[in-house]
Ligand binder design. Structure first.
Ligand SMILES: Cc1cc2nc3c(=O)[nH]c(=O)nc-3n(C[C@H](O)[C@H](O)[C@H](O)COP(=O)(O)O)c2cc1C
Length: 228
């Protein structure tokens, strides 16, 4: 399977979230060979969408001539788009949001009813594409935190995409936390293997992965202690 990882963390390979993403990919590779390409979005030249809708009216060409043209080609040549990003202000980091906005050429102006909502009619065939989101965050709580990012991702992409959220993510870059991060990454690897084998990850495993690695209060106390 051709996998395009869109890494939205400005920390590139040092991203806390990328520890989770790499474990997931390792699990996928354990199940079957995979062709993985990672794009560090922060390193790409991606202009902001101007909202002119030229791309939606003329068959897909954006007015900007920047790296997004190649990225769209890479997206369309992939089987799986894996969005890996840290939660920023309950959403995705701005460079990745700029990329997301610039996927507009994939859609045409016309809209159609899909169930109880409206979506744009596609200008490109994305039917073979699958979508997956992996998101880390700095707070210990998952509730009242990940919901906006998850809702946006699910609205953006069809087919009930798999979403993995992991709180307390800075611990992945803390060697002293390995007693809890190593087992957590083993669960993520298991999830990756299942995803490659079945195309889905069961809710129980997703919940385990999305739960705090250490009690919320302990984590908050450690973070607050480090501020002194
Ligand atoms: C601008 C900014 C906004 C953030 N907003 C949130 C937030 O809304 N919720 C949260 O739990 N963590 C938030 N964080 C913390 C990051 O999600 C956290 O540090 C994460 O582990 C960084 O992951 P990365 O290393 O993959 O970039 C924010 C961090 C920054 C820099």
């Amino acid at each position: 399977m051709k996998i395009l990882v869109l890494n939205g963390s400005p920390k590139r390979d040092n991203s806390d979230t990328m520890h989770v993403t790499r474990a997931f990919l390792d699990g996928m590779i354990e199940a079957a060979p995979q062709e993985v390409k990672t794009v560090h979005v922060i390193d790409r030249h991606i202009e902001y969408c101007t909202g002119c809708f030229t791309c939606m009216r003329n068959g897909g060409a954006c007015i900007h001539n920047d790296d997004m043209r190649a990225i769209l080609d890479e997206m369309l040549a992939s089987d799986l788009l894996l969005f890996s990003f840290p939660l920023y202000c309950y959403g995705m980091p701005a460079p990745l949001k700029a990329l997301m906005d610039r996927t507009l050429p994939l859609s045409g102006m016309a809209m159609r009813k899909a169930g109880d909502r409206y979506v744009h009619v596609g200008q490109a065939d994305v039917s073979r594409l699958r979508f997956l989101m992996i998101c880390g965050c700095g707070f210990p709580n998952s509730r009242h935190n990940f919901e906006p990012a998850v809702a946006q991702f699910r609205n953006m992409f069809p087919g009930d995409p798999t979403v993995i959220t992991v709180p307390e993510s800075p611990m992945f870059n803390a060697p002293e936390a390995s007693s809890v991060t190593v087992p957590r990454l083993a669960l993520v690897r298991q999830a990756g293997k299942r995803y490659a084998e079945t195309g889905t990850v069961d809710d129980t495993l997703l919940e385990q992965i999305g739960s705090p690695m250490i009690p919320e209060e302990t984590y908050a106390a450690i973070v607050n202690g480090g501020m002194k």
